[in-house]
Design a protein around this ligand. Structure first.
Ligand code: GLP
Length: 261
């Protein structure tokens, strides 16, 4: 795992954008794993700026969202389909026909999960998966005690996640759905590269547990420890509870030229 501590959220976003852009320059038809929430917004903004300057073209890339609320139609502004369209597909100049989210209103949600796995597989798998992290250590909507082998499936949101996400529903906790469809930890681990971004003090405990704690289903993001190409981009506040922060800084400062993107 590569842990990079950067001065602020803007630097985290820029670093994530640079890494995604590098993947797309190598392969214009790359498959991107897209995340929702506030964490990836800086990355999308920086990537959109690269697109606007003509430094990368995402119009031939595909995208798969990590998750979706069950029972929220894609037309609703609260759906992750709408969120991804607003925050990522549009600003990044991606082709909407190539960007998919799990179907949270499918009459048969379990079949929709199986179908989502099939669609990812048929696209050739995800080249680079962007991830945020929940304050309880979740990635996607893989709440604590999720299996490291899990595939796309229906989950019940943890009370803390519903509280955290109530801000996207005008502060109304009752409006936050109870269930979601999320890529599993096993699905996420199949991506060829993982890019986790975290900013702010509220993520520091989850980040430290994920990066330096034991592998544990109680900290779903600790699954990153099993991946051969996982990068964790943090601002100072999100890195503030890491025991080996100085080592990560030293490692990054002395990264051999041949390893630099
Ligand atoms: C959400 C999403 C996750 C996201 C996390 C953190 O509920 N399902 O993909 O990473 O929780 O959200 P935020 O970035 O807004 O803090």
């Amino acid at each position: 795992m590569e842990i990079v501590i950067l001065p602020d959220g803007a630097a985290v976003g820029a670093a994530a954008a640079d890494r995604i852009a590098a993947v797309v320059r190598r392969n214009p038809q790359a498959v991107l794993g897209l995340a929702t929430g506030s964490s990836p917004l800086g990355a999308y903004g920086a990537l959109a700026a690269l697109v606007a300057r003509g430094e990368v073209d995402l119009s031939h890339a595909s995208g798969f969202a990590l998750d979706e609320y069950v029972g929220v139609p894609p037309e609703s502004a609260h759906s992750y389909a709408a969120t991804i369209a607003r925050d990522a597909t549009g600003p990044l100049g991606m082709d909407p026909a190539r960007v998919q989210t799990p179907d949270g209103t499918a009459p048969d949600p379990e079949a929709a999960c199986v179908d989502y796995e099939r669609r990812i597989r048929e696209a050739g798998g995800i080249d680079v998966q962007l991830l945020g992290i929940g304050t309880n250590g979740h990635i996607g909507f893989n709440e604590p005690t999720s299996s490291f082998a899990s595939r796309t499936r229906i989950k019940t949101l943890a009370p803390r996640t519903r509280q955290d996400n109530a801000r996207f529903f005008g502060g109304d906790l009752d409006a936050v759905p109870l269930h979601c469809i999320t890529q599993g930890l096993g699905t996420i681990l199949d991506a060829r590269q993982l890019l986790l971004v975290a900013q702010g003090e509220s993520k520091a405990t989850a980040v430290a547990a994920a990066v330096e704690g034991p592998l544990s289903a109680m900290v779903p993001a600790s699954a990153l420890q099993l991946h051969r190409s996982a990068v964790v981009l943090l601002d100072e506040a999100a890195a503030s509870k890491l025991t080996l922060a100085d080592y990560y800084r030293f490692t990054y400062d002395h990264k051999p030229t041949w390893q630099r993107g």
